[in-house]
Design a protein around this ligand. Structure first.
Ligand SMILES: [Zn+2]
Length: 308
């Protein structure tokens, strides 16, 4: 058993009109929760490591725990660098054994994004690693990644970008955003852009970042136990399902895991103020995240039985 790339999973997902979940991991409990849920649902999965997670846990620790997850569960797992800022970070992850990397050059001008992405693709492909790039700008905040406003992806530019760089998948901007506060008013995704891109790039895997649903149940649970989280809103589940039927093969979720974990830990402390065994509250967090991911696979991703 070994880690896999996203190549086969995306092919099956595209044909089956479902999406593979990409969940951000930072420690053992999150990894176990996500892979155990995927094992239950017989679903392939992408475990994403952001620059912040690299700094927090280190690529080797995360790789070693993920290797254990492959052996324990037997499911298809891709280990992915999320929002790689430069070739050096990409190299660090490829050398550590990651099977997929994202290079995010979306904040550069178009020609520079093409040039840098192409460089990453040449290096990664030479090492058997697949590459995701980004075109367009997502609003919101996530670790070191932040932007004030959306710049929607231009479909003709997307075709040109894919042809010039040779990337394996492309993250596009159609109105999703990073963080817990995605919409001030009514949620709105530009499906016509996705439709046009899919028509121009048939069979090509599209990626949606910033696609947490932001569970109001978890926000209420956090606030009940002392948090102050107000006005948070995510992407409605129906919109994500629709996207996965339109060529979106990878849906990124980070905020939902953070909220589930925080809610469970706050509740554990609130319910048992006398307890101080980390296995108690971290175990509660792990269970909460596993339940969340199982629900995601059923309601958002449709990737149950994607291993068959
Ligand atoms: Zn992202």
């Amino acid at each position: 058993m070994a880690l896999v790339t996203t190549k086969e999973m995306f092919k099956k997902a595209y044909e089956g009109k479902y999406a593979i979940g990409a969940f951000n991991i930072n420690n053992m409990e999150i990894i176990q929760a996500v892979v155990n849920a995927c094992k239950v649902k017989n679903s392939a999965v992408i475990l994403s490591v952001s620059k912040g997670a690299l700094k927090y846990a280190g690529p080797r620790y995360l790789k070693a725990i993920v290797d254990a997850a492959v052996e324990e569960t037997g499911i298809d797992i891709a280990l992915h660098l999320d929002h790689g800022p430069d070739l050096d970070t990409v190299k660090e992850c490829v050398e550590a054994g990651f099977t997929s990397v994202m290079f995010d050059g979306s904040h550069y001008d178009y020609d520079e994004n093409v040039r840098l992405t192409k460089e990453v693709v040449e290096y990664a492909h030479a090492h058997g690693v697949v590459v995701e790039a980004e075109l367009g700008v997502l609003a919101g905040v996530e670790d070191d990644v932040h932007a004030e406003a959306h710049v929607y992806t231009n479909p003709d530019q997307a075709v040109d970008f894919v042809n010039k760089t040779g990337v394996d998948s492309l993250a596009i901007a159609i109105g999703t955003s990073h963080g817990a506060f995605k919409f001030a008013g009514t949620p709105d995704l530009k499906f016509h852009i996705l439709e046009e891109i899919q028509k121009k790039l048939p069979g090509f895997p599209i990626v949606l970042h910033g696609a947490s649903a932001v569970s109001q149940e978890h926000i209420a649970m956090c606030n009940e136990y002392g948090a102050k989280i107000k006005g948070a809103q995510g992407i409605p589940v129906e919109m994500l399902r629709k996207a996965s039927e339109m060529g979106v093969c990878k849906i990124n979720m980070d905020t939902d895991i953070r909220l589930a974990m925080t809610a469970a830990i706050r509740k554990a402390f609130g319910d048992k103020p006398e307890a101080f065994d980390p296995r108690g509250y971290l175990g509660a967090a792990r269970t909460e995240i596993q339940n969340l991911v199982e629900k995601k696979i059923d309601e958002v991703l449709g990737s149950a039985n994607s291993m068959n």
